[in-house]
Write a protein that binds this ligand. Structure first.
Ligand code: NAD
Length: 256
């Protein structure tokens, strides 16, 4: 059980982050929910996690594109036994047309934020004598696709940072691993399906099979509950000696 542990999950008001928040709460951890906004709905998400799982849960606003916000998130959390670096965005364009502001935002949110939160969290974990850093990378941390230069660069960077973090914490009862999902059906991915169907003149089922899941041999999405369950496993005693590695959850994508 993760009772008495506090988990900070960046970008956890939606999709994979929210799924991880629920699964870690189910395992007994207290939860810090985070995003860049500060709405009633954001705080209500934390309240409903607390109610559903009987743990403490709080919402803390922090913009993961800003170094000082990333470090302040860990400070405001007060405790951080489990850090899940999950916040991430995407933009798709060929390299010569790739907007500079999108490049900067993706590198900041998908890569640099994990450096800043990890830098702030490791001293806290060392003091507690135990810790888990779990980076949500991607199949794109191990493989490339055209038109996703910033995302692929950031996610490869996350995989590299995961290895360095593991080596620097190897004797501290702290582990650091990356989860590499293929396609997961989150609100973000689902929202693209109707538009893509129009563009390609396909049915939504054809879009899922021929466009989205073309790389995923299982032809099935992973679920946020599965990613949450793997995160909880990495926090368990069974995973004490798993560090500096990647766990692919991609229906066979990177076996190819
Ligand atoms: P999502 O859009 O559903 O959720 C992203 C979350 O990050 C939201 O809560 C959003 O509010 C938050 N966020 C965005 N910008 C932020 C910022 N500046 N500061 C703080 N929070 C911010 O997306 P998702 O599909 O759940 O993706 C979560 C992570 O999983 C990302 O790192 C993504 O790259 C990775 N991933 C997703 C898939 C997939 O198929 N969905 C596959 C592989 C990896």
């Amino acid at each position: 059980s993760l009772e008495g542990k506090t988990a900070v999950i960046t970008g956890s008001t939606s999709g994979i982050g929210l799924g991880i928040a629920h699964e870690l709460a189910r395992a007994g951890a207290d939860i810090v929910v985070n995003s860049f906004s500060d709405t009633e709905d954001d705080h209500a998400i934390a309240e409903s996690i607390a109610k559903e799982h009987g743990v403490k849960a709080r919402y803390i606003q922090a913009d993961m594109s800003k170094a000082e916000d990333c470090r302040a998130l860990i400070e405001k959390a007060g405790a951080c036994d489990i850090l899940v670096n999950n916040a991430g965005i995407q933009h798709v364009a060929p390299i010569p047309d790739f907007p500079i502001d999108k490049w900067n935002a993706i590198i900041a949110i998908n890569l640099s934020s994990a450096f800043h939160t990890t830098a702030a969290a490791l001293p806290v974990m060392r003091k507690a004598g135990w810790g888990r850093v779990i980076n949500i990378a991607s199949a794109h941390g191990l493989r490339a696709s055209p038109f996703k230069v910033a995302y692929v660069a950031a996610k490869h960077g996350v995989v590299g940072m995961t290895k360095v973090t593991a080596l620097e914490t190897a004797k501290d009862k702290i582990t650091c691993n990356a989860i590499c999902p293929g396609y997961v059906k989150t609100p973000l991915v689902e929202a693209q399906i109707p538009d893509t169907a129009k563009e390609y003149d396909m049915t939504e089922a054809e879009v899922i099979e021929k466009v989205i899941l073309a790389k995923q041999p299982s032809k099935e999405f992973a679920t946020v509950e599965e990613i949450g369950g793997i995160t909880a496993f990495l926090c368990s005693a069974a995973a004490d000696q798993i560090t500096g590695t990647t766990i692919s959850v991609d229906g066979g994508w990177t076996a190819q």
